[in-house]
Design a protein around this ligand. Structure first.
Ligand code: ASP
Length: 347
């Protein structure tokens, strides 16, 4: 048994984020430093019976500087090391963690191993840091298996005692340790004395799946959050942005927008030029239901696609991924209307 446990291997990919930050003595601002700083502050890492390895980005990043090129780098590291490790922990800043988790979930098709993103609200060097527990438990989850079958073969976020599906997660608080929420999908695991896996919510492992990594994103997308008083000028400027391929409109409630003629005309103009409009709600939880009210029925007739219960982070990364993967507009729309990695509910 002991030997068996020793064989479990986890790769820690350190991209940056508050967890490894210190104050720059000149400016007083927090900046990320190398992984050794983290491991020096978590001597518990040596107590794991697992074979732990780490790879660090150079330079490490505040996650506000993370973009599709960095997602590709993360996916490449996972791909190159896929056969040699049982699980992966990605240390990442919290600000864009839900975007990276969503992007990775779409890039890593047929993933059959845990990829657990975590970080912290307070740097690891501070006494009250949340980083230690987050890191230690994330490793535990990345290593967890039942008879050799990984317990959570998904891209997830582990933070403050909760494991959530990455593409269902959104950052909720810039203050609380409980920084993330998964408004439309139950936790994959809850952590107290025990790690309790919510097995019905976890995508089962399938040994015969071969990992396929999709590395192309098309960033010609925009998110337009509606608000009462929005002007035609603004909408017109956005839909006429040079090269724009996909527009996410963050609508009210269950997917509603003003029924002004001009609003629909602008959307129709964009759609008739081959653009794709995806409707997601600006509410924190719940789903778009196009046609429920007159204020969304017209958009449905105009060819606006329902984003159902997608998070904002999942909608923008999914659209960039699909626009990068397919050239045919119909294929992109087909992709939007299905679940690629458990990011959307159909009920
Ligand atoms: N600005 C930091 C980052 O996203 C915040 C954090 O890690 O919590 O990298």
């Amino acid at each position: 048994m002991k030997n068996k446990k020793k064989e479990i291997s986890v790769l820690i990919i350190y991209t940056g984020g508050t967890i490894g930050m210190v104050h720059n003595p000149e400016t007083g601002s927090l900046v990320p430093i190398d992984f050794r700083y983290i491991s020096d502050h978590v001597p518990e890492l040596k107590k794991f019976g697992y074979d732990l390895h780490s790879v660090s980005f150079d330079p490490v990043k505040d996650s506000s500087n993370i973009d599709p090129a960095v997602w590709i780098k993360m996916a490449d590291i996972i791909d190159e090391n896929y056969d040699n490790f049982d699980g992966f922990v990605v240390l990442h800043g919290t600000d864009t963690m839900a975007y990276s988790a969503s992007a990775l979930s779409f890039m890593l098709e047929n993933l059959n191993k845990p990829v657990i993103l975590t970080g912290s609200q307070l740097p690891i060097g501070l006494l009250r840091t949340d980083g230690k527990e987050n890191l230690i438990t994330a490793i535990e989850i990345a290593a967890a298996n039942e008879n050799g079958v990984p317990s959570v073969p998904e891209v997830c976020i582990y933070f403050d005692n909760k494991l959530t599906r990455g593409n269902r997660t959104t950052k909720l608080s810039a203050e609380h340790f409980d920084a993330f929420s998964s408004p439309n999908y139950s936790y994959l695991a809850e952590v107290g004395l025990h790690i309790k896996y919510n097995r019905n919510q976890i995508t089962p492992a399938q040994r015969n799946r071969k990992l396929t990594v999709h590395k192309v994103f098309n960033t010609n997308v925009a998110i337009l959050k509606l608000f009462p008083g929005i002007t035609r000028n603004l909408v017109h400027a956005i839909v006429n942005t040079n090269g724009l391929k996909g527009l996410i409109i963050e609508t009210f409630g269950s997917g509603n927008a003003p029924t002004y003629d001009w609003f629909l005309e602008e959307l129709l103009g964009f759609i008739s030029k081959g653009g794709i409009v995806l409707n997601v709600t600006q509410c924190h939880g719940g789903s778009v239901e196009m046609g429920l009210y007159e204020t969304s029925r017209q958009m449905l007739s105009a060819g606006v696609v329902s984003g159902r219960d997608l998070t904002s982070e999942a909608s923008v990364t999914k659209l960039m991924h699909l626009l990068g993967r397919y050239t045919l507009r119909e294929e992109v729309i087909k992709g939007l209307n299905r679940s690629l990695a458990g990011e959307i509910s159909f009920s």
